[in-house]
Design a protein. Structure first.
Length: 342
């Protein structure tokens, strides 16, 4: 199959993303619908509502992507979809659409690991990292450090033992009265904060390993909110302290991972990777070591179909994909379980 056209479908949580990627040409189109407004009044993702919204928007987004790319359904050579991890109902929507469409078109399907999509997304940018590199995956549900020696060659170096960094951002934001999802809003509020007014813990900063913990930070934010006057400046000061604590831990652990592996390339992927303070801290520290940090474009930091289409294209180079359209999903799925043919 020369220069196959891959359709990617992402529906693991609260974004519906579809994209078309063609080997040899690159990303042709990507479309995205965010459910932020839908879930905002509930203060978090409601799984049943998320699933229904994926059903509502997937096919219109597919038509839009085909129009942008100037392609038709018959041009599609394979369909990649997020098989896991994620919300069961949401994953079922994308898997159902992918396999039904693939059956109709008589093309293979490729079940993609959601985190692999994030991990490989910086390869869509220019310049792109080369293998091997250390990857810091930081999102609402995951915080992991991985050594990446190639597509399908992942070694876990460390991970969060409780809350992920994205959860720490969002939960701290909620405690400060900010809307969902609060991570970006907390970062914005932190810009007006007074450095040093509040001292919040850096959990496991000196643990000697590459694991993370952020649940204690959330508790410290709660206590700071309860013990102080809830005026705008105080909220900004607490937001600043919370962001500094999270960034300090992420940066130190990422630098330690580079030191332990002897590598000089760091990839940062996932929604928290869009945080400006984290980027500035990592850029400065890694540059001082003679290394370089790579990020996906901002539009690909959060969940999207482009990363799934690209990961599907990379996997298609190693295997033919599936033509048995009896699919399954994997709400819980260890990235290191992925196996590839040589």
């Amino acid at each position: 199959m020369n220069n196959p056209l891959i359709l990617g479908i992402e529906s693991s949580c609260d974004e519906t993303g579809l994209a078309l990627y063609q080997a040899g040409q690159g990303l042709l189109a990507h479309t995205l619908h965010s459910q932020i407004a839908l879930h905002n009044e509930y203060g978090g993702v409601v799984p049943e509502l998320a699933s229904r919204d994926h059903v509502r928007h997937a096919l219109p987004l597919l038509r839009q992507a085909l129009y942008i790319a100037k392609r038709s359904l018959d041009d599609i050579d394979a369909i990649a979809f997020t098989q896991g991890p994620g919300l069961s109902g949401a994953l079922l929507v994308g898997a159902s659409i992918a396999n039904a469409l693939a059956y109709t078109l008589d093309v293979p399907t490729i079940g993609v690991h959601h985190l692999e999509g994030h991990l490989l997304s910086p390869l869509l940018s220019d310049p792109a990292p080369s293998f091997p590199f250390v990857a810091l995956l930081v999102s609402g549900g995951h915080t992991q450090l991985m050594r990446v020696d190639g597509v399908g060659q992942y070694t876990l170096l460390g991970e969060s033992v409780d809350d992920a960094a994205g959860e720490a951002f969002d939960k701290s934001a909620k405690l400060l009265g900010l809307d969902y999802p609060g991570g970006a809003l907390l970062a914005q509020l932190a810009q007006n904060g007074t450095p040093g007014r509040f001292k919040l813990p850096r959990p496991m900063l000196h643990s000697g390993d590459l694991d993370f913990s952020f649940s204690g930070l959330k508790t410290a934010v709660l206590l700071s909110v309860q013990k102080n006057t809830n005026d705008d400046q105080t909220r900004a000061d607490i937001a600043h302290a919370a962001q500094e604590a999270i960034v300090d831990v992420l940066a130190k652990k990422a630098l330690s991972a580079l030191g332990q592996t002897g590598l000089d390339q760091l990839v940062v992927a996932g929604g928290v990777g869009a945080n400006k303070t984290l980027r500035e801290r990592l850029d400065a520290a890694v540059t001082r070591r003679g290394g370089r940090v790579f990020y996906p474009d901002l539009e690909f930091c959060t969940d999207n179909g482009a990363m799934i289409a690209f990961a599907g294209a990379m996997r298609l180079q190693k295997q033919e994909g599936q033509r048995d359209y009896r699919f399954n999903i994997k709400p819980r799925w260890d990235l290191q379980e992925l196996n590839y043919a040589d």
